[in-house]
Design a protein around this ligand. Structure first.
Ligand SMILES: Nc1ncnc2c1ncn2[C@@H]1O[C@H](COP(=O)(O)OP(=O)(O)O)[C@@H](O)[C@H]1O
Ligand SMILES: [Mg+2]
Length: 226
């Protein structure tokens, strides 16, 4: 890991490049207004904004780094995430399903950027796990299910990937621990840090060669408003 100074320089330079890319995206949108109706285009812009937010967050002094907390409808967010991932999932032949117990909004409180970080890390791991599995008897699938338990909102994300041994499960959330040839072991540690900040509990259930399920339990809005 680089030191804080190098990291700040890097974030600063990255922000400059992102600003340039963003102004070009805006120019393209102005000259091609038909893009406004394209869900992939809005997906690119959303993903871009979350990278931008993360970099801005890195450049903000810790004292005023509190991310904006806002009610976010989990099912709408998951549909947006589904669009962002659709090309990648198609490329790997993976189906992505989102199901909610009822059609009312599932409001959770936090910053959209943080929620995107959580889900993007979990989905990215799910895609890797599916790609590493040799057996293809079952349809490659990432499925997300949303329900209510009292005042809590429960979201489970399952994949049909390679799964983990008990030993791997015990260490998977540690920073720097990876069992992937090209992994860096950062993803799940980021997920657990954000979850801790936002009072989300996470449970992991995995079986080797069967798949993995992450269950996230979000406090309902009534609880977080206290
Ligand atoms: N859905 C999953 N299925 C199987 N293994 C997983 C899954 N998610 C995480 N893992 C295991 O946990 C390890 C740590 O994950 P992560 O912190 O995201 O780091 P990385 O993806 O860089 O390896 C991964 O290397 C992988 O072995
Ligand atoms: Mg990862």
């Amino acid at each position: 890991m680089k030191n804080q100074n190098e990291l700040t320089t890097f974030s600063h330079e990255l922000k400059n490049s992102l600003t340039l890319i963003y102004s070009q995206l805006q120019y393209i949108e102005q000259t091609h207004p038909e893009l406004l109706a394209d869900l992939h285009w809005s997906g690119i812009k959303d993903d871009f904004s979350s990278v931008f937010d993360m970099v801005r967050h890195m450049l903000t002094p810790a004292s005023d780094a509190s991310a904006a907390l806002e009610p976010v409808d989990l099912t709408s967010l998951l549909e947006e995430i589904k669009y962002s991932w659709s090309s990648k999932l198609k490329e790997h032949g993976i189906r992505f399903s989102v199901q909610a117990e009822d059609s009312c909004p599932y409001y959770i409180k936090g910053s959209k950027t943080k929620f995107l970080q959580i889900f993007n890390n979990l989905i990215s791991n799910g895609v890797n796990a599916i790609n590493r599995k040799k057996e293809t008897a079952r349809e490659p699938l990432i499925s997300v299910h949303v329900s209510r338990e009292g005042s809590f909102i429960v979201c489970s994300l399952s994949d049909t990937g390679i799964g983990m041994t008990k030993e791997q499960q015990a260490r998977a959330f540690y920073r720097g621990v990876s069992f992937e040839p090209k992994g860096n072991g950062i993803g799940l540690s980021v997920v657990s840090e954000i979850a801790k900040d936002l009072d989300i509990s996470i449970h992991m259930d995995s079986a080797l060669n069967q798949g993995t399920t992450f269950t996230l339990i979000f406090p309902g809005l009534a609880d977080t408003a206290k």
